[in-house]
Write a protein that binds this ligand. Sequence first.
Ligand code: PEP
Ligand code: MN
Length: 404
Amino acid sequence: MMSVPQFPVPPAAVPAAEQQPQWPDPDAVTRVRERLAGLPPLVRPHDSDRLAALLGEVAGGRAFLLQGGDCAEMVERATPAAVHGTVATLSRLAGTLERAFGMPVVTVGRLAGQYAKPRSSPLETVQGHTLPAYRGDAVNGAAFTAEDRTPDPRRMLRAYEAAATTLRLVADRPEPRPVAREVFVSHEALLMDYELPLTRRDSRTGRAYAGSGHLLWAGERTRDPEGAHIAFLSRVANPVAVKIGPGARPDDLLRLARTLNPGAVPGRLTFIVRTGAGSVRRVLPELVGAVADAGVPVAWVCDPMHGNTVRVNGRKTRYFDDVYEEIAGFFEVHRALGTHPGGVHLEMTGADVTECLGGGSGAVWSAGVRPADLASRYESACDPRLNRTQALELGRLVAGLRTP
Ligand code: PEP
Ligand code: MN
């Protein structure tokens, strides 16, 4: 029997990882981990190193990061239509921002690995029935049935295959070569039974690399500096990021920076701040100030989605104007501090879905998505995404923020 590589080995003191599924059959998990450990890594260390160097340019104020894609990728949507749609929209957005800002835009999809979701509650109740919450296609199914919601580790193999397909589609897309920009892939490093077997030591350098994506991040719920996820990220050589919510204190960020970027290497660590439109101007200055005073080089990125989720007509949604407003506040804070607003992190798609409200030149809803439209094409398995039109409109508005 093939042994599962256990590095980076979490030290004994690290607590059990948060937000892991309750797999019904531990032996089945072991078998899947062995299979994953025998499969090729999905990305190459060399490419993760190149992305780290580009993110160093972002941290240094000479480049901008555009990161975007689904909240939760679905295995059945690893199709040319879905992947090419997302990548084409990202590419257009990147072009708009590049022209407006006069600097390279590093383009990173939430792609080829965004198959595991943290949940606020482990259970979901619908009309008196309670089932395990959906945790992403690598764990269970989105449909509200006992069969779908039972975690099945074989789904991790399907997620791996879908990620491999997605990477082929990203590499081989119909855009003409001269305009095709390089697109890297990223996801939340949540599911340890997936990430650990895909982590391999690079024979060139002897360093461990996550093979599941170029850039990995820890979410707002799993960013405990003493926790298992941060311990994992501290042990891989890939560029890493951490989501930062409105409750974060300056000391939390300094501890994360010491753990994840002890060598103070620009590009190694990105903070993705998601405070909400109403809090960014109040919360961000202290965080950016503390990190700048400590002399830690980080890239600052704005996620204007996760602090602005509301429920309308029984569905999770976000107002386009709130999304824009959080980015505007993020730019304002950085301009006032003389620091670099390094990028944006969006939940978006190339499809004409109706999941976020508004858009349509910021004017009236008649031009954008209205509450009554939510039901018509709400296709996200988790959080609401900007549709193609909304994403491109947001890009035009953000382009206008650069010049004072
Ligand atoms: C997400 O990016 O989908 C997510 C769950 O974000 P956060 O960890 O910031 O809540
Ligand atoms: Mn999300």
